[in-house]
Write a new protein. Sequence first.
Length: 604
Amino acid sequence: FGAGGGNDAGAGGGLAASSTHLFVADSGNDRIQHFELDGGAGMVLVPPGQLAYPKGLAVRGTRLLVADDQNHRIRAYDTGGRLLSDVGRGEGNGPGELSFPYGVALDSAGRTFVADNLNHRIVRFGTAPRYKYVSRWGGFGTGPGRMAYVRGLAVGPSGHVYVANTGNDRIDVYDREGRQLRSFGRSGRSQGQFNNPAGVAADAQGYRAVTDSVNGRVEFLDPSGRVLTSWGSPNPGPTVLPRPVAVAFDGAGTAYVLDQRRGRILVFSRKTGQPVRSIGTQGAGPGQMSDPSALAITAGGTLVVADTGNRRIVRFRANGEYLGAQTGTGAVRGVAVTPEGGLTYASDTSNRIRVYAPDGREVRSFGGTGKKLGKLNAPAQITLDGAGNLWVADRGNNRVQKFGPNGERLLTLGRRGTGTGQFTYPTGVSVDCNGLLTVTDQGNNRVQQFLLAAPAAAPCAPLPPLGTPPAPKSPTLPPPPGPEVDVRVLRSSKLLSMRSIPLRVRCDTVCTMRVTGDVSERSAPTPERGKKRREPVSVKLRATTLKLGAAQSRIVRPALTRAQVSKLRKALGSRRGLTFTLTVAATSATDETSEVPVSRDATG
């Protein structure tokens, strides 16, 4: 249910259900809606003006918590939409501060956990109504206990916190004190793996380029399927290709990559594998594109783009000069052009292939809705082979179809499934000079290649080698603050008889705590007449170390040895005044440190 609006990113847990209603983070509209559980009686619960791109939701009893992403806070409402309080200390990376919080979850006791996305950590707050800051754990990195762009989280019935460690492609599991219990999942970003491969094209040498749309890169395959190199940088994080969906090559092997998210074409140098210029911008005006889906290039270097969101076909020269738009085409999803540019083939949402002359006149159409040979269902990208035959990614029918130049119905390949030769929503097709048909099997996150029995292809031609760009750099982040340490002295009397100083210590993050210090006479006795005052006798305590979970408190007892007690008793005589000076040093799991000095008068 819901009419749909083309939101470009998932809301990271932006659904929460009570016993009677479903609450929805309508992120792009900056509001919260709620529905009955069958989808009926939808209404706006929190109107625009109170939230900025709300993400995760959590509901318990009559309380609804919202991750107010761009306002860097959690907002607490009752389930009738009345604002109760704000949670968090504002934007920042200090204790209790948040930076673009993405998810929020509650455990069975009402404890609140937040996926603090750009601080790469989990922040824990207390229960209603105060939601007092309690603890934090994590920090940017890839190793155990490290996080990168945390998005969703959930708390299981045993109190374990499950974290979507998005940038590290895994789920991490913690106890509520931030101790990591385990991880599961493996990366889909390794070389040769794909996450929603959307488009494919081949250069004159027979190398295939696959636009790996969610991973934000283009991967190059040789005829055997071996990965040669990758261009672009991976998502999430800083990337030049937020959503690459199509690619085309000119005769020199230069790659033109269509970035759907930003409505532009990035031109990559074959020598370096790095972008050298961009063509087009996002929008509806001349030279702009909205939600473009496919592109092709003529032998003369004219770029032809399916400007889907603007329901038109646009053309550019290779240098970026805008050549105009052909309107009235509907929402075009795929384009292909004959080498000389005489004909343009376009697939559209009416399930037809339309063929246009250079002046924009429609000269023929074929296809139509259905499952039989020659019929189509949501056709995606298309390509022409060397003989002028048209290959169509028949996405809704989970197959590939081949048509003659005039729409002759020639063959179908594949059916829905996960096996070899089967597809789930194929999106891109390419036929190269080696007679290989390559298909991006988007729903199965893979690429399949087929050797055509009777390939009609031009001979392969040598091209300069593909460059390998440097690895993308990790973001430079401000170091997180050291642990927030609480120390409470439980007893300062009877030091010599009890031989220890009991302290209750607490750390707001997972930390290793070390207690050092000394005990001394409060002052040396008054010397006899004519004698020099001596320095107070002091003994050094043996260092005490312990490990603490986030917000866990423990009692630690730095102790005196029997020899040290004897030394102090001898120095004191009948006096009892002592002083102890301690340093409580805490080191977090991410190696930040804090020190708390403790000095107190005591008695023996």
